[in-house]
Design a protein around this ligand. Structure first.
Ligand code: TUI
Length: 308
């Protein structure tokens, strides 16, 4: 199954959920560029989500979706809002969306949960998921344990619905590799942070451009919510506190709140700059349309140049 046909979009590329970053306006710009734009409900409350959906609808006639971050206290209310607003596609992250599957399917919504394991992939296929976004731990933000390279083919082998690869994808070569692993498309996030349209603070964009292969680290491994971010003063302090056995409440201060510090204030020392391992290969800020087009051109070139 071709992802662009399944979603009625131009390119087989989905934008990541990107909590606190992916507004209705940003999602519309990704959809207008030919990908699937997503409103990242992660950092929003229910009322904000409704407003962002309405903004997005005004800005694009193309398909778009909403990513519901399941740890969000308003997740249940948001699950109903996407139905009321007739959002055509929903992706989920940071949990098992099983309890919402029936209501979404009855409303005709296409549901693409993000999964970090074969076990959850199989369970959600049985629950009626239309496709699965299989995310490896190269990704930015909240991650599972397995890498994209190891996980995608294992999920493909165990389910019959389409698989979309996520984590570690910023170029046409990586898009080609995802197809080789059995995926029908990809989800990208980090490379879109360096787009002209992305509404993050300029300092955050510059930090992405400056990053190299070893510039990310993972906080929260010990307390059970691993989150990949760019190394900075905050990341060092967090990991130190974790080792000293700080409790969840104390550590919480460093997570979602500090993402806002990075996104809105450009505080690159104390903020949490979520980014994937591919940050090291993102070297310029381009319009979203150019990012997608360049990936597709490079995919074709890399395919022709394969030497086997
Ligand atoms: O969700 C993401 N990435 C995110 S969410 C986010 S906001 C946040 N910030 C700080 C702490 C926590 C959240 C930033 N980035 N990606 C998709 C993803 N889902 N990665 C891993 C998972 C996942 C993990 C466990 C999905 C399901 C799951 O299931 C557990 C279960 O209940 O079976």
């Amino acid at each position: 199954m071709k992802l662009n046909e399944l979603l009625n979009i131009k390119y087989p590329i989905i934008q990541g959920g990107m909590a606190n970053i992916a507004t209705g306006e940003f999602a519309a710009s990704v959809s207008n560029a030919g990908g699937l734009g997503l409103i990242g409900a992660g950092g929003m409350n229910a009322k904000m989500l409704k407003e962002e959906i309405q903004k997005c609808k005004k800005l694009t006639n193309r398909p778009f979706g909403v990513n519901i971050m399941l740890l969000n206290p308003d997740a249940k209310e948001m699950a109903q809002i996407v139905i009321d607003e007739q959002v055509p596609i929903v992706t989920t992250g940071a949990g098992n969306p099983g309890i919402y599957m029936k209501m979404w399917k009855e409303a005709g919504i296409k549901v693409f949960p993000v999964v970090p394991s074969v076990a959850l992939a199989k369970r959600l296929e049985r629950a009626g998921a239309d496709a699965l976004i299989v995310e490896g731990c190269e990704a930015g933000g909240h991650i599972g344990e397995a890498t994209t390279m190891a996980l995608v083919p294992q999920v493909v082998e165990n389910v019959s619905i389409p698989v979309i690869a996520a984590g570690g994808i910023a170029s046409g070569k990586q898009l080609l590799a995802a197809f080789a692993l059995g995926a029908c498309g990809v989800q990208i996030g980090t490379v879109l942070l360096a787009s002209q349209e992305c509404p993050i603070h300029e300092n955050y964009k510059q930090a992405i451009l400056k990053a190299k292969d070893t510039s990310t680290t993972v906080t929260g491994r010990i307390n059970g919510t691993p989150v990949r971010i760019l190394k900075n003063k905050m990341a060092k302090a967090y990991i130190q506190k974790e080792k000293e056995g700080a409790d969840m409440m104390e550590l919480e201060k460093y997570t979602l709140g500090s993402l806002k510090k990075a996104v809105f204030e450009g505080n690159v020392d104390e903020g949490s700059l979520m980014a994937g391992q591919v940050a090291g290969m993102v070297h310029e800020i381009k319009p979203v349309q150019q990012i997608l087009q360049d990936m597709m051109d490079e995919l074709k070139e890399a395919y022709q140049n394969l030497e086997i």
